[in-house]
Design a protein around this ligand. Structure first.
Ligand SMILES: *[C@@H]1O[C@H](CO)[C@@H](O)[C@H](O)[C@H]1NC(C)=O
Ligand SMILES: *[C@@H]1O[C@H](CO)[C@@H](O)[C@H](O)[C@H]1NC(C)=O
Ligand SMILES: *[C@@H]1O[C@H](CO)[C@@H](O)[C@H](O)[C@H]1NC(C)=O
Length: 391
């Protein structure tokens, strides 16, 4: 039997890799970047999507901002653009700085005022003055340097940034993936505050959403089903010795603790998201917290096995337990739809569920074989003390 649960340890390994990946993938701080032309920028933000950073110096005396827009991991035959939108938001009306990386690796920078969705992103003048613009490709990063004479009166603008392929030496239409559609936000050149991806502050919101996703998918979405499996399947093999009980309690108490932390991050994200409400996800989350807490109390109020109420307690504990597992899995998928991470995370989670499901089917079959065999043996021995799965 012991061998059947070894995979659980590989799940924990997987979860720790997942957590460390998320916590390191954002660790490159925009403040530590050294520009090849030795320019120094006092403010920078990491934009939440498309591996982009914006660095700038704002001069209040002439309302001019010197910006450096940096996009990492570029390839040849690619364009990148960063724009302010003075009148509206998003792509239409964007006053863009464009860098075009040709197939021979040469890079050209120019400005382009985007009049509509059918734009060819050709070089045009902007609604404000750009006395200089240039771009370089260094170590796989493309950097656009420019000075924007914005004029007084405002320092906060809508911004939009994008990357796309180059075809016949000109920008071609960009992909329509979630990151390409959500790469909009605001930037304030004086306060240094920026938002993007529905209210992001310098990418930290995206990071918080990722942490929320990992904590909850790992606890409610994986550890709790594993704890339930531990109770159901270990019990058969340890009936005289309650090892399964301690394993089950340890699993569920750790899952619940991590789950509550994840739940709190969710509440915080929910209260911070302006204008966007994820009601179903939120309500299921609140229900899960209530039911999970009820299960914790169930542990404390558990009657002794010989107590006449123990039968009802079992029904209560099992029905809430299975409800929590089903709701958790539904809510993890709802969360995937909201967070919209790279496909590999959803695939990895589905893979883990299939893995748990296959194990559950094998163990369930094995359990029934063992139980039926015991019943048969007991009958033969005329002993009326058969093992029952319902206790
Ligand atoms: C704006 O002012 C700053 C410093 O005050 C100066 O370095 C910069 O050249 C000026 N920019 C323009 C476009 O006049
Ligand atoms: C690279 O290609 C562009 C046009 O695609 C051309 O203008 C430029 O001169 C080429 N540069 C080199 C170094 O060959
Ligand atoms: C751009 O032009 C302004 C004013 O002419 C100058 O102050 C600034 O240093 C220039 N920036 C770059 C990156 O060349």
């Amino acid at each position: 039997m012991g061998t059947s649960f070894h995979p659980i340890f590989s799940i924990f390994t997987f979860i720790s890799i997942l957590i460390s990946t998320f916590s390191t993938s954002h660790s490159q701080d925009c403040n530590t970047y050294t520009f090849s032309n030795n320019n120094h920028y006092t403010t920078c933000i990491t934009l939440p999507l498309l591996n982009s950073h914006l660095h700038w110096n704002y001069h209040p005396t002439n309302a001019t901002v010197d910006v450096a827009f940096r996009h990492t991991g570029v390839s040849t035959s690619q364009w990148v653009a960063w724009a302010l939108n003075l009148q509206g938001s998003g792509m239409v009306g964007a006053q863009a700085l464009v860098a075009l990386i040709a197939s021979n690796g040469s890079v050209r920078a120019y400005t382009s005022s985007v009049s509509g969705y059918g734009t060819g992103m050709g070089p045009t003048r902007l609604s404000f003055d750009v006395p200089n613009i240039s771009a370089v490709v260094v170590n796989g990063d493309v950097v656009i340097y420019a000075s924007l004479v914005l004029g007084g009166g405002r320092t906060s603008y809508n911004q939009v940034w994008q990357v796309g392929p180059v075809s016949d030496g000109a920008p071609a239409i960009h992909q329509m993936g979630p990151d390409n559609r959500k790469s909009v936000g605001t930037v304030d050149f004086v306060s240094g505050l920026a938002s993007g991806d529905g209210g992001d502050v310098g990418g930290s919101r995206r990071r918080r959403r990722n942490i929320h996703g990992v904590l909850n998918a790992a606890s409610w979405g994986l550890m709790m089903p594993m704890g339930a499996m531990a109770a159901r399947y270990l019990k058969v093999f340890n009936s005289p010795n309650p090892a399964w009980f301690y394993i089950h309690v340890t699993c569920q108490v750790s899952a619940y603790s991590v789950g509550v932390a994840g739940w709190v991050t969710g509440l915080k994200l929910g209260s911070d998201s302006v204008g966007i409400k994820y009601d179903t996800h939120r309500n299921i989350g609140i229900a899960l917290f209530a039911l999970g807490t009820l299960q914790a109390f169930a542990l404390l109020l558990r009657p002794k096995p010989e107590n006449k109420y123990r039968f009802y307690w079992n029904i209560y504990h099992h029905s809430i337990g299975y409800t929590v597992i089903i709701l958790s899995i539904i809510n993890v998928f709802k969360g995937f739809d909201i967070l919209d991470p790279e496909k590999k995370w959803k695939k990895a989670y589905i893979g883990m569920l299939i893995f748990l499901g296959v194990n559950a089917v094998i163990l369930e079959t094995y359990t029934w074989v063992v139980v039926l065999k015991r019943k048969k043996d007991n009958k033969r021995a005329h002993v009326g003390n058969g093992y029952s799965l319902s206790t």
